[in-house]
Design a protein around this ligand. Structure first.
Ligand code: AP5
Ligand code: MG
Ligand code: ZN
Length: 217
């Protein structure tokens, strides 16, 4: 399955992608995670991405498309993949079409986790991530058993630099302007489905799996 997981910042794309990875044994490709890894390693890509991420704006399309092209050409994507957070502009969606054509692949489904803006700041500001294994928590909605400590590996939890109220406001306005138009774009090609992302995490997973079961079956 070649899946695209869309949704505004803090909607739960990463949280749900992890569940789908487990179930379908296909890799998650998160451009945000790739940029954060590059920032940590201090690579040229990381330097280019950091300023945009800190400001809550988009990394330029040519940079983003380049890393996705490389990633999708890897062997582990031959059996399918889940794109998380890419594409985010109509330009990126058109570039993705070309990349998939070159690889002789087609998108199976576009899944949008729809969450109204008033939920999203709280989700982002309360998010905590494990330094050790990358697991995502939320101080209120998905709290670890021991405060600031990962249930899986005992690692310390940290906050993403862009998970402040101020940066989230910018990220949300960028979403409205640049990313929301993709809903119409994918509706037109008949691949689009949305689930109600206001529900608890497990319920959202169930609905996504139901959609995918109907595709498979
Ligand atoms: P990226 O890392 O993709 O950030 P984002 O799109 O803003 O999305 P998030 O990762 O913040 O949210 P999510 O939907 O994954 O939610 P999560 O599951 O963690 O991008 C970061 C930056 O990189 C961008 O701003 C940009 O600069 C750059 N970038 C990335 N891709 C790019 C691209 N294609 N083009 C250009 N630039 C790009 O959940 C959030 C919180 O809510 C967690 O705490 C979680 O526990 C909780 N939660 C999840 N689901 C629920 C639920 N159902 N109920 C209650 N709480 C929930
Ligand atoms: Mg994410
Ligand atoms: Zn951990």
């Amino acid at each position: 399955m070649q899946l695209l997981l869309m949704g505004p910042p803090g909607a739960g794309k990463g949280t749900q992608a992890v569940k789908l990875v487990e179930k379908y044994k296909i890799p998650q490709i998160s451009t945000g995670d790739m940029f954060r890894a590059a920032v940590k390693e201090g690579t040229e890509l990381g330097k280019k991405a950091k300023a945009c991420m800190d400001a809550g704006t988009l990394v330029p399309d040519e940079v983003t498309v380049g890393i996705v092209r490389e990633r999708l050409a890897k062997d582990d994507c031959k059996g399918g993949f889940i794109l998380d957070g890419f594409p985010r502009t109509v330009e990126q969606a058109k570039a993705l079409e070309k990349i998939l054509d070159e690889l002789n692949l087609k998108l199976t489904k576009v899944l949008n986790i729809r969450v109204p803006a008033e939920f999203l700041i709280e989700r982002a500001v309360g998010r905590r991530i494990c330094k050790g294994c990358g697991a995502t928590y939320h101080v209120k909605f998905n709290a670890p058993k021991v405060e600031d400590t990962c249930d899986n590996c005992g690692g310390k939890l940290y906050q993403r630099a862009d998970d402040t109220e101020e940066t989230m406001k910018k990220r949300l306005s960028v979403y409205e302007e640049s990313t929301r138009p993709l809903i119409e774009y994918y509706e037109k090609v008949g691949l689009y489905t949305e689930v109600d992302g206001r529900q608890p995490i497990e319920k959202v997973t169930e609905e996504l799996e139901n959609v995918l079961n109907s595709v498979e079956g």
